[in-house]
Design a protein around this ligand. Structure first.
Ligand code: ATP
Ligand code: MG
Length: 343
């Protein structure tokens, strides 16, 4: 590990294949960061259990999907500074979670807006593990913290908008811990992508596995075409010659992001507003743009399917574990759990 490189820690839950929202909100930035930083890309299987405890098979199978998606978008674990890590295989993270939870008032969890929103969506039967996952996420981030007595470098965390409250909690935990004991962790800083929240194909606020409104990075051409054809547009526009609304219209949001032919997008928008283009043509052109965006991703995935992907995860996790052991020993020492008086 290079001592001079700033550290990046970020993760994704293996609860299904990754989609365009993950790409624009997270993965796209990760690919750029791997050229400059010491990067830890976590497959957060323990965090996946917060909502999928009863579905272990989904998690088990998704780990492979996520690994392939990582490689397909161009993450490169053969670089010495890029580490793919599996959360459950670093038991030190669970121990760190317990210690951090002692300086975390439960009210912080209850007032976290993402927790509030997600628990509303989950309804009854929310687990303790779910309510406290921001603490576990703090441990996931802070295990890569440099020792503050040696370096003040903050940890960079590229995330989507929904994760910002969790990072705020992480920093509050850092202050509480350092104040209660001694300087042990540095703070983290969110890095938001260009599109911190991509709408779903159904027009809902967020493209999300659980809402079934996704175009997956691994979808074949036919599936993508079907999703694009079925996309939500301007609900008030009945006929192709009705003037339509472009702002906030998912089809045009996607055109802006995925169609590199800006002239074509401009022309489509104008004709849509004037009522001189039908949804069919707008969607056909979007389909072409998304298919060509996905083409190199599909090719890299094919190549990755032949690789020993398990080895990438094992090597990265081993490396991260070495760091976690060090951080945990610093933490225990700060909390007097190394029992100097018994030595
Ligand atoms: P899903 O809702 O599909 O289950 P998720 O939010 O549970 O996805 P996570 O593993 O929690 O997936 O998120 C991984 C990263 O991807 C986070 O940084 C999150 O903010 C980002 N992300 C997920 N969905 C979107 C989206 N629709 N737009 C932008 N970023 C997203
Ligand atoms: Mg999430």
């Amino acid at each position: 590990m290079s001592e001079n490189m700033k550290r990046v820690l970020t993760g994704i839950r293996p609860t299904g294949p990754l989609h365009l929202g993950h790409y624009v909100g997270a993965l796209k930035q990760w690919v750029l960061l791997q050229d400059e930083y010491e990067c830890f890309f976590m497959i957060a299987d323990v965090q996946a259990l917060t909502t999928h405890a009863g579905n272990p098979k989904v998690i088990e199978e998704s780990v492979r999907d996520v690994l392939l998606d990582f490689l397909a978008v161009g993450l490169d674990p053969t670089k010495p500074n890029v580490h793919f890590i599996l959360q459950s295989a670093i038991p030190e993270l669970a121990e760190l979670t317990v210690y951090l939870s002692m300086v975390t008032p439960f009210t912080w969890m209850q007032s976290n807006p993402t927790i509030q929103q997600e628990s509303k969506a989950l309804g009854k039967g929310i687990s303790t593990g779910f309510m406290c996952y921001p603490v576990s996420q703090a441990a996931d981030i802070l295990f890569v913290s440099p020792d503050p007595t040696e370096s003040k470098e903050e940890i960079l965390v590229p995330v989507g908008e929904d994760q910002v409250p969790h990072l705020r909690d992480t920093n509050s935990i850092v202050s509480a811990f350092n104040r209660t004991y001694s300087p042990t962790f540095n703070e983290c800083k969110p890095l938001l992508g260009d599109y911190p929240r991509l709408v779903g194909t159904d027009g809902q606020l967020k493209m999300s596995k659980s809402l079934g409104n996704c175009i997956n990075l691994g979808d074949d051409e036919k599936t993508v075409e079907k999703m694009v054809k079925g996309m939500f547009t301007d609900p008030n526009r009945i006929h192709p010659n009705d003037p339509g609304t472009v702002e906030g219209n998912p089809v045009f949001i996607y055109h802006d992001i995925f169609n590199p032919d800006k002239k074509e997008v401009c022309d489509l928008k104008k004709r849509y507003k004037d009522g001189t283009v039908g949804d069919v043509e707008v969607k056909e052109k979007l389909n072409v743009a998304i298919q060509s965006f996905l083409k190199p991703i599909r090719e890299r995935r094919k190549h990755a399917e032949k690789m020993d992907i398990k080895k990438f995860l094992e090597d990265g996790t081993d490396f991260a574990r070495g760091l976690a052991v060090k951080t945990l020993s610093r933490t225990r020492k700060a909390m007097h759990l190394d029992y100097p008086s018994l030595k």
